[in-house]
Ligand binder design. Sequence first.
Ligand SMILES: Cc1ncc(COP(=O)(O)OP(=O)(O)O)c(N)n1
Ligand SMILES: Cc1ncsc1CCOP(=O)(O)O
Ligand SMILES: [Mg+2]
Length: 240
Amino acid sequence: MTNVSNRSNLDISAYFVVGPENTKNRPVAPIIKDVVDAGYTCIQIRSKTASALELIELTKEAADVIEKAGRADEVTLLVDDRLDVVLAAKKMGIKIDGIHVGQSDIPVEICRAYLGEDAVIGLSARTHDLFDYIKTADVSLIDYFGAGPLHETETKPDCGTGADGKVITRSFEELAELAKASSIPIVVGGGVKLADIPQLAETGVDGFFVISAISEADNPRAEAEKLIEAWKENYKRKKV
Ligand SMILES: Cc1ncc(COP(=O)(O)OP(=O)(O)O)c(N)n1
Ligand SMILES: Cc1ncsc1CCOP(=O)(O)O
Ligand SMILES: [Mg+2]
């Protein structure tokens, strides 16, 4: 396996997040293969139910799929939340590029200290909080922001909940503002479906991420292709 870092050429334009609880009892690896073959640039292994060992195995399967497709230098492979899993997988020789963390996960400073300068580190926050974050925080430790939700989603019902417990979704206008304000790339997810892609791509954010639109589809490959094609057709480069 190669050991090239994907940090310097990170592309979050088409980003698939998946775990065994998302695939309607189908194995995860063939769906990752569909997505890699469709041209996706980022894969995140995310499971709230799998054991550490299962997560390492899934990460290995994903890395193998990416390597066999000849796309190891183009497709970034990340694990959600689990710094222990990333470290273990790296130690076992699996080509894993980094981690995605949220506001209540292991702080990015700690992730960076353990994973080193070559690792990709993504951070998510509610879109509104990101406006403050961008203004006040040192973003040099982070490679991209995960923002959302665009819509309420059964895949992560707590995503974007406000103080009253209600989910606050984000408008395309807000996302366009965020894209302009941020010095690092932004990927948007949460309930994203094919019909959203044209408008989302026009906001100037750097990519979309999905789980269920692909992982629950009867034909994941066909769905993955439709999403990425719609993105490419409609994407406008962020104004500087
Ligand atoms: C690309 C991307 N963006 C956001 C998230 C959500 O992260 P987090 O808020 O930590 O929630 P969990 O995914 O851990 O439930 C993500 N995973 N990926
Ligand atoms: C992991 C995550 N983070 C914010 S929303 C979300 C779930 C997105 O899943 P779906 O694409 O099925 O709505
Ligand atoms: Mg998290």
